[in-house]
Design a protein around this ligand. Sequence first.
Ligand SMILES: [Cu+2]
Length: 257
Amino acid sequence: MNNQFGTGVIYGLSFQNGVSPVMSETIKFHDENMLVLIVIACLVAGSIILVWCNSFSSLEFIDSKVMEILWTLLPIFILVTLALPSLELLYFLDCPKDIDGVATIRATGMQWYWNYDITYELTGAKFNFDSYILDSNSNEKGYRLLEVDNPAFAPRGEVVKLVVSGGDVIHSFAVPSLGVKLDGVPGRMNEGGFIALKLGSYYGQCSEICGANHSFMPINIEVIPIKAFAEGFNSAINPNILLIINQSSHSSYTLNG
Ligand SMILES: [Cu+2]
């Protein structure tokens, strides 16, 4: 398994690679903010060290209007340049839920597995299935504690709506590389969505401490070509079964799609 897109990497320091526009923008926003932070930290640390190491002081220098105006205006300016892209991103994050998607994934968190209800909006066809973690001992090829028996699936390059709810307690549906994190609250439907730009398997975990086996309800979304997606629905064969039949599924889809 050489797919580096859907999971973290060993000794990785930064985010997982973003495969949805929202996540790419989020990573860019984070990087820009870090740059600003590093510059400020260096300036502050530099001036502290300068004051420590300097025994000179000036008798005439008591106040400076210009300096006070500057050190008020400059931080305001910096904060505004941080806040505006952040707001933009916040609205961008909400976009997919206002667009009619090709598919809707309804994920319900259960103690301790996920139930998926996937609808192909063009025909109204549905698949409903449970997704349980695979035993690490019998799953030598995959990622430990991240592989599931029935992954959810989504078409590539299309708006996929996501509706998350909880069946018993509060869960949280999170797939970092798709930029998705929605709380699954019983009795509530949280809406979101994503557009996956690359084929592959994307992994996530429940991100709300929901009980003893909270860490054993991973999320796995297979992003497949829209053709395979539609075929699965037309033939009423769960694309997961097609994936299982076509054993090196990840790579073959990645190569042919
Ligand atoms: Cu949970």
